[in-house]
Design a protein around this ligand. Structure first.
Ligand code: NAD
Length: 178
């Protein structure tokens, strides 16, 4: 199709945080373009997956714009999960621009792409203790400083969609669930 070297990074981005941004920058040092797959795109309004794929696309786009990353160097593609792990890598390939390098620290993701013959690279982890989606969501629920873990534009996007209220509401169990 063209001679560009593309890498892919798939993450749920619930929400995108500073670790994702650093790893995206690092990958862009190694390849011409990056495909950013928004994983589990069908999920939203759940404690572990509160934001819709569309909301996550906006948050990722704005966070990368805030970093002055050239928009012609990335594609943001929502990727729904499928029931069959054995054909997931083929499903990802079908839905994305051609790529040759897969960046992931997730053992299942690595295995599935390696079995399909892709080069898989382990991206460095940046302050993983604090920079993780689950830590951002935990701090939101506990009224701790989650804002320092994400971009300013993500804080603004969360305000626009009332993301904090959504997450807190999701954490309240209905009497019937107890
Ligand atoms: P994740 O959000 O935990 O992480 C995505 C990537 O971001 C990681 O591989 C890591 O490289 C990077 N990252 C995260 N925190 C970082 C930090 N602090 N510093 C540097 N890098 C950091 O996402 P995940 O769980 O790996 O996402 C995989 C997606 O693929 C999920 O949505 C999963 O459902 C999907 N999946 C689907 C199937 C299927 O449908 N059958 C199979 C396998 C995977």
């Amino acid at each position: 199709m063209d001679n560009k070297v593309r890498g892919i990074l798939i993450g749920r981005m619930q929400p995108i945080h500073k670790g994702h941004i650093q790893v995206i920058k690092k990958i862009l040092d190694e390849v011409d373009e990056i495909v950013i797959g928004i994983g589990s795109a069908q999920l939203s309004h759940e404690l572990k997956d509160p934001f819709t794929a569309g909301e996550r696309v906006v948050m990722v786009t704005q966070a990368l714009a805030e970093e002055n990353i050239d928009p012609s160097r990335y594609y943001i593609i929502p990727m729904e999960d499928i029931n069959y792990n054995a054909i997931w890598a083929a499903h990802v390939k079908l839905m994305t621009p051609p790529f040759s390098i897969v960046y992931s620290g997730n053992p299942l993701v690595k295995q599935l792409f390696e079995e399909e013959g892709y080069e898989v690279r382990n991206p460095p982890l940046f302050d993983r203790i604090h920079l993780s989606g689950s830590e951002v969501r935990r701090r939101i629920l506990n009224d701790e400083n989650w804002q320092e873990l994400v971009s300013d534009s993500t804080v603004a996007a969360m305000a626009e969609i009332r993301g904090v209220e959504r997450l807190k509401n999701l954490s309240v169990k209905e009497i019937s669930d107890l």
